[in-house]
Ligand binder design. Structure first.
Ligand code: ADP
Ligand code: MG
Length: 698
């Protein structure tokens, strides 16, 4: 057994009770776990504050001065010992509720002390409760100026496992590990990046010699953490490409070529062409494609999906396209059917509201191979839905589907079909590198020509009248308007009321027969939703009042105004998605964000970001900063984003470095067989074993 696997119970200073707590509260079972329990910050003990400058918002501070007087106050429970502590700038009270007798007898008045603790306000004055107190002369002997602060919990504190207590444990542990912390990186990497050794790094991260050593230690450990993850993701990608047999779409035939030459209504953008080439290069090989296609709203992903599906059809395979909502599936079905109307390709649709009888026919036609393209919702996942020869699956708005759901599609043929997942929620590169590090990523970073930037304004309720007039003007110009209300599950009833009130108000302002107003929300029957949606798409209604059901994908080029009510309640990516519903035609479009007068600082950042930029990638970077990676992806992805010391956002430079180095390494030594990479190979094996069956692929 490696010494690092020693149960924590064996460490000096850890009795059975503490061992229990360490396991329960911090999931520290072994020496290795303690070693990887990192301080989350450090207190700079070389810095001193003046008493005159203190305020209760400060974290812990360090003061230099003398005790000039003791005083006892209060009765029974509120009985406390107070010491007056003075420096050149003022006096502050130090307060003890416990251990007062010991303090009184051991602490000397009029002697230089260093006091450490958090200032708080009490009855109009500042004090420090239960400060740490050190004699100045003994303090000078301590070389460590950076004191580690470990995450702790109340239960741990009660057993003496405060931050200081844990520091004592790591101090006991580290000497035992001397010469047992094997190097995991190659000599050339260490030299190239000028990293300290692994052993030095662990010592310095727990008990820094000085600020410089600490920074280098952190850099190394962060690099290592990212490096092995990237190595693993890249290896997964390599092995998958080798191991998962897939279907080779060898030829492009009349489907693709005819469509491309005769029926394509416009020239593809450069980005669309590039992405299609990337897809083409994948699917022509007998290995499964797993590609993520990122493209901002309106960048023309549907067409790319269609052309990819034609690649399948040309090779006698079927393809399917799955969308997260009924409305979206229908819209895809309609536009694709229109695109293909002069071609001999059979397209069908399957959603939750397909009738049983229709389904039966459809199931048969799928199995017989009569249907070439199937478009639908989750209904596609049902076991009953079987194909003759499914070769490609396209998933629109992939983040709306769970991993398990997507995995079902893998099983719809003997080998897994090629997978193309599309998302209009741009993911910052840092995040996609990690979350989708084992996928191939294509990006459409160009909008079709002739699009005008949507003009975005942020208004408050007091501008209602102005907004109404603006809507009227736009309707006169023949445009259509969206008005969106938030609908968040917890307050669904309330939101529903808001929506209906808003709808009624709009109907009063824009009465029949001059105006037509539609309403669509989640509580309506699918047919009714469909009907209203269709009236809007066909240009019958001027205004669509809706909840976020219209958020994804819907395409009405004549709609030029998006009004978002209570905009402060929406997340950034949602706002961006909603705004993407307009600006799809040739006309100048507008987005009006309406908020209350009181908006939180974070809400202001969101709204201002929307006003400032139309660039989905920029917006996603801001979103990542505000929300952090776990939240941003909707679900906390299992393990992938759980870093022990590194931080995807703050350390993104190191992440890029690590990705790069991992790529270079695998290019030269894919199997990690070379002698110079033996350290890496040795460390990687158990790392990979722990993460077996770890696949977040579609
Ligand atoms: P998204 O990427 O948001 O799914 P869509 O595929 O719905 O975008 O495309 C948005 C609009 O742009 C559609 O009306 C589509 O017909 C149009 N479009 C797509 N590609 C092009 C192109 N190359 N040139 C002009 N218009 C295009
Ligand atoms: Mg789309």
């Amino acid at each position: 057994m490696h010494i690092l696997d020693t149960p924590i119970d064996y460490l000096k200073g850890v009795g059975p009770a503490r061992a229990d707590l360490l396991k329960k509260e911090l999931r520290i079972f072994t020496y290795a776990d303690l070693l990887h329990h990192y301080p989350f910050r450090y207190i700079d003990k070389s810095k001193f504050h003046n008493i005159a400058d203190l305020n209760p918002d400060m974290p812990s501070v360090q003061l230099k001065g003398q005790l000039i007087k003791f005083e006892e106050k209060g009765q029974k429970r509120s009985k406390r010992l107070i010491a007056h502590f003075k420096d050149e700038t003022g006096i502050i009270e130090l307060v003890w509720f416990k251990g007062t007798r010991w303090i009184r007898s051991s602490v000397k008045l009029h002697t230089d002390y260093i006091v450490f603790g958090k200032p708080s306000a009490y009855q109009g004055k500042f004090n420090i409760v239960h400060p740490e107190l050190d004699l100045q002369e003994s303090k000078q002997k301590l070389s460590a100026t950076l004191q580690p602060v470990y995450p702790a919990t109340e239960k741990l504190n009660a057993k003496g496992l405060t931050s200081r207590g844990i520091a004592k444990l790591t101090q006991a542990l580290l000497p035992l590990l001397k010469n047992h912390l094997e190097e995991t990186l190659s000599k050339s990497l260490i030299e190239k990046l000028n990293l300290p050794t692994r052993e030095q790094s662990f010592f310095n991260v727990h008990h820094p010699k000085d600020a410089k050593s600490l920074i280098r230690a952190q850099k190394r450990l962060k690099f290592e953490e990212f490096f092995f993850l990237q190595l693993h993701l890249l290896k997964l990608k390599l092995t998958r490409n080798q191991k998962f047999m897939g279907y080779a779409f060898e030829n492009l035939a009349e489907g693709f070529n005819d469509f491309y030459k005769k029926h394509l209504p416009f020239e593809l953008t450069g980005a669309q062409k590039r992405v299609l080439k990337e897809i083409r290069n994948d699917v022509r090989n007998p290995q499964q494609m797993n590609r993520l296609l990122q493209g901002d709203v309106g960048s023309g992903k549907t067409l790319v999906a269609l052309l990819s599906m034609l690649m399948a059809v040309d090779n006698n395979y079927q393809a399917c396209l799955m969308a997260p909502t009924e409305i979206l599936a229908r819209q895809h079905f309609q536009s694709i059917s229109t695109y293909l109307k002069e071609m001999n390709i059979k397209v069908a649709i399957l959603t939750g509201s397909s009738k049983t009888k229709e389904r039966r026919v459809l199931h048969e036609q799928l199995v017989s191979g009569e249907i070439d393209l199937l478009i639908g919702t989750h209904a596609l996942l049902e076991d009953k839905v079987q194909f003759n020869n499914l070769g490609l699956v396209v998933i629109d708005e992939q983040h709306r589907f769970g991993v398990a759901q997507r995995a079902k599609l893998w099983k719809k043929n003997k080998y897994p079909p090629h997978i193309l997942v599309m998302t209009a929620t741009p993911i910052p590169r840092t995040l996609s590198m990690t979350l989708y590090g084992d996928l191939d990523v294509s990006v459409i970073d160009e909008l079709p020509p002739g699009r005008k930037e949507v003009k975005t304004m942020w208004k408050t309720d007091s501008s209602r009248l102005q907004i109404i007039n603006f809507i009227r003007e736009q309707i006169k110009l023949g445009r259509q308007i969206y008005i969106v209300f938030p609908l968040i599950e917890e307050s669904e009833k309330l939101d529903y009321k808001d929506l209906m009130e808003g709808y009624n108000a709009i109907e009063r302002e824009f009465p029949l027969p001059e105006f037509q107003v539609s309403v669509v929300h989640g509580q309506m029957k699918p047919e009714d939703k469909e009907y209203e949606m269709k009236r809007f798409v066909d240009g019958v209604t001027n205004i669509m009042v809706a909840t976020t059901v219209i958020e994804v994908g819907v395409n009405v080029p004549n709609a030029s105004v998006m009004i978002i009510e209570s905009a402060e309640r929406f997340g950034l990516s949602q706002l961006h998605q909603l705004r993407g519903r307009v600006g799809r035609g040739a006309e100048q479009s507008y987005c009006i964000l309406v908020s209350g007068n009181k908006v939180s600082a974070e809400g202001k950042t969101r709204l201002q970001t929307m006003v400032d930029t139309n660039d989905g990638f920029k917006i996603s970077e801001v979103d990542l900063e505000i929300r952090g990676p776990g939240d941003m992806m909707g679900t906390k992805q299992s393990g992938v984003l759980d870093f022990k010391i590194a931080d995807i956002i703050a350390d993104n430079k190191i992440l890029h470095f690590a990705r790069n180095e991992a790529e270079l390494l695998l290019k030269e030594d894919e199997e990690l067989e070379k002698a110079e990479n033996i350290n890496i190979a040795r460390a990687y094996r158990p790392y990979a074993r722990e993460r077996m069956g770890w696949s977040r692929i579609s």
